[in-house]
Design a protein around this ligand. Structure first.
Ligand code: GDP
Ligand code: IMO
Ligand code: MG
Length: 439
């Protein structure tokens, strides 16, 4: 038995969906613990592409229970669409469970998210516009509506009438938008509640049952370390805790129950939305990475900003998450480059620093210091073993592992399941501090 957390080490879109799907083969339960439909996790199986926003990436395996846990925010409309799409292609959704204590994203959350962004003008965050921030705001303000509230029709009528009336004041007076019709929202959400009812459980209890049975549980992070509300590049972050610690809070399990933490990192860096990004490449090479890597947001279709691998944030992710090992994805996207740079330190106000500055304003002033490595200029897409990789590609991976002082367990060379090299057993192999000499 092993309970494993899979998290993003950068600004999201590292390929968590692919890695979670891969590891779900031997998982009994897969849990999403934070975030909402701002996430977009892509899984490719036999050329069929699945884009999941809320449903855990274990859903494609018939034996796996999938739990949307308490720390997530659930948009019923999109969740029901996602369920329908999966059923249409023959994927069973009978083993999906939704935490009764998860908060619900309402239409006013989406409207407020978009209107607030507009009002922020040049200070905008570049949110996905999916109502995530406003849903978590209501949660922490203790006025949110939870899945359990949806299940009690009389209570829901009262709570939603009050909530819509309150939000209408904000919509009309602050944002100059037309008000919502409370009755329309109530009728819609009563309908959604009936469709979701069969899936609703006490998620923490369900996870505890799995722990007691010594089943294998995978906790799937959404977003990434640098988008974490507490530890990311605030204010250019999301409103939840994608870091490994967030899994315990969001899922309702104790830290002693976690056996392993796997970080997913792209072989370069991307970011979608606003905020500082020291290794960003605004010209030719950035465009090349974006084109080759098809770097467009899974949720919003926005172009992702691209840049070199940043070892400073890599080391930060190892520390903040207590990573045991790494999965490096999209190595194949670097195949054509003559040389590849890796940021190993920053220059900040005339000083060289190797640790991520916790003050985002200082981070915005950091200038990357690069080490240049040779490219391999040949395709890696069909490599099946480490020994199939060109030696320059192995050198690149060794450089990253040494820089971050953490073993690389998985190398991904394409979107499909088969385009993966397992270097070490990601669950039981060497841990942080016990570097293997594989490369
Ligand atoms: P997530 O949000 O972390 O799950 O990542 P996304 O699904 O948003 O973005 C990753 C994209 O890269 C998806 O389109 C994946 O299908 C694709 N992908 C994942 N791993 C690889 C890889 O190793 N090589 C290539 N070329 N594409 C990959
Ligand atoms: P996955 O799980 C990449 C970014 C948005 C914006 C910031 C805040 O697919 O890796 P929000 O809508 O959450 O309030 O937006 O966070 N963002 C993501 N970027 N991948 C994601 O998810 C993201 N989810 C949110 O672009 O900069
Ligand atoms: Mg994504």
């Amino acid at each position: 038995m092993a309970n494993v957390i899979v998290i993003g080490t950068q600004w999201g879109d590292e390929g968590k969906g692919k890695i979670t799907d891969l590891l779900s083969r031997s998982a009994d339960v897969v849990v999403r613990y934070q975030g909402g439909i701002n996430a977009g996790h892509t899984i490719v199986v036999n050329e069929q592409v699945f884009k999941l926003h809320l449903i855990p990436s274990g859903i494609l395996y018939p034996q796996t229970d999938c739990i949307i846990a308490s720390g997530t925010v659930v948009d019923p409309e999109i969740l029901l669409q996602e369920l329908e799409q999966l059923r249409k292609v023959g994927v069973s959704t009978d083993r999906l469970f939704i935490a009764e204590t998860a908060h619900v994203t309402m239409p006013y959350h989406r409207l407020i998210d978009k209107a607030a962004e507009e009002l922020r003008a040049e200070h905008k965050i570049g949110t996905t516009g999916r109502g995530i921030g406003p849903t978590y705001t209501d949660k922490s303000e203790r006025i949110g509506i939870r899945i359990i509230d949806l299940m009690d029709t009389d209570l829901l009528r009262k709570r939603l009438k009050w909530a819509v009336e309150q939000k209408n004041i904000i919509l009309e007076r602050l944002y100059n938008l037309p008000p919502l019709d409370p009755q329309e929202v109530i009728d819609k959400y009563i309908g959604y509640a009936e469709q979701l009812r069969p899936y609703v459980v006490d998620a923490s209890l369900k996870i505890d049952e799995a722990i007691r049975k010594r089943l294998n549980i995978l906790f799937e992070g959404a977003q990434g370390t640098l988008l974490d509300l507490d530890h990311g590049t605030y204010p250019y972050v999301t409103s939840s805790n994608p870091v490994a610690g967030g899994a315990c809070i969001g899922a309702g399990v104790g830290p002693t129950m976690i056996d392993r933490i796997i970080g997913v990192a792209k072989a370069y860096t991307t970011r979608v939305g606003e905020g500082p990004f020291p290794t960003e490449l605004k010209e030719e090479i950035g465009a090349h990475l974006g084109d080759r890597g098809a770097e467009f947001g899974t949720t919003t279709g926005r172009k992702r900003r691209c840049g070199w691998f940043d070892g400073v944030i890599g080391r930060y992710a190892v520390r903040i998450n207590g990573l045991d090992c790494l999965a490096i994805t999209k190595l194949d996207i670097l195949d054509e480059l003559e040389e590849i740079k890796v940021c190993t330190a920053y220059e900040l106000d005339g000083q060289i620093i190797r640790d991520f500055p916790s003050d985002a304003r200082a981070f915005a002033r950091c200038v990357p210091i690069y080490e240049t490595l040779s490219g391999w200029q040949q395709s890696t897409a069909d490599c099946k073993e480490l020994s199939d990789l060109p030696s320059a590609a192995r050198d690149y991976l060794k450089f990253l592992a040494d820089l971050m002082e953490v073993p690389i367990a998985i190398i991904s060379l394409g979107a499909s399941r088969g385009q993966t090299i397992i270097v070490e057993d990601p669950i039981h192999g060497p841990k942080r501090g016990l570097l293997s000499a594989t490369f």
